[in-house]
Design a binder for this molecule. Sequence first.
Ligand SMILES: NC(=O)c1ccc[n+]([C@@H]2O[C@H](COP(=O)([O-])OP(=O)(O)OC[C@H]3O[C@@H](n4cnc5c(N)ncnc54)[C@H](OP(=O)(O)O)[C@@H]3O)[C@@H](O)[C@H]2O)c1
Length: 279
Amino acid sequence: MSTPVPSLELNDGHRIPAVGLGTAGMRRDAGVQAIVSALRGGYRLLDTALRYRNEREVGEALAASVVPRDEVVVTTKLRGRHHGADAARRGLELSLANLGLDRIDLYLIHWPLPRIDRYVETWRSMIAMRDEGLIRSIGVSNFTPTHLDRLERETGVVPAVNQVELHPHLPQRGQREYHAAHGIVTESWSPLGRGRVLRDHPVITDIAARHGVTPTQTVLRWHHELGSVVIPKSRNPQRQRENLDLFAFSLDDDEVAAISALETGRRLWWSNPDRHHEF
Ligand SMILES: NC(=O)c1ccc[n+]([C@@H]2O[C@H](COP(=O)([O-])OP(=O)(O)OC[C@H]3O[C@@H](n4cnc5c(N)ncnc54)[C@H](OP(=O)(O)O)[C@@H]3O)[C@@H](O)[C@H]2O)c1
């Protein structure tokens, strides 16, 4: 039995678990089974997006699981084609129908898309839908401090969460400092950097050996020490449990600094928020 997963308080008073399951690519029956297995193993935060085309699978897994609906924080995201006041409402309705739910617990604008410049009106629509009870907490993803400043200046409402690319190669120091100063919880996407490079790095394997944990647990615990929520993806029940079991050890300041020093500044793909476009 692993140590319980702590939760973090959001600026709207709600809480989210420090570890969730990334579900991108989990589709069809195998996808449902992977999500059911995560819920059985103790996950209480699920991360999907309309764009992943697996909201139905997430809904099916929730319905099939014995875990009470209210214990799970379901996150989904508004895609590019739903930027704009009316379109945002259509996007939410589509996600609710796909998931088979009457409320989204955490709804994020997936990308800011500054070229089409509709994220402020989209945000106003999200605020209204939250006030109607269709969404519990509202947040964003891939927003830089410039985009976040504008939301606050023009609407007075600060996102509860900003989900950004964050891993030891991209520790996002400035972005995290901005979040801390404005009461925004940071959520790390691709927290493992998606591959073997980090798992095999001697800085990480040495720290892992010192604590008797795996390299993956070391990287995930580093995120926790930085104050960030993690959503690692694994389809494998054993690795899912491993990724949740982060709370019986901790890293000291020197270990955190050594991992942060692996920064290369390189993003995993063409994911610069000022330029990335998605529909
Ligand atoms: N907001 C955004 O724009 C955005 C963008 C990208 C991703 N995301 C979210 O972030 C989530 C996670 O990101 P990601 O899927 O890109 O990458 P990731 O979580 O960094 O890495 C996933 C990879 O690591 C492997 N893995 C997981 N746990 C492991 C362990 N304990 N030991 C060894 N290997 C392990 C998985 O393989 P196995 O399945 O074989 O275990 C998978 O290949 C996504 O699912 C999605 O929900 C959001």
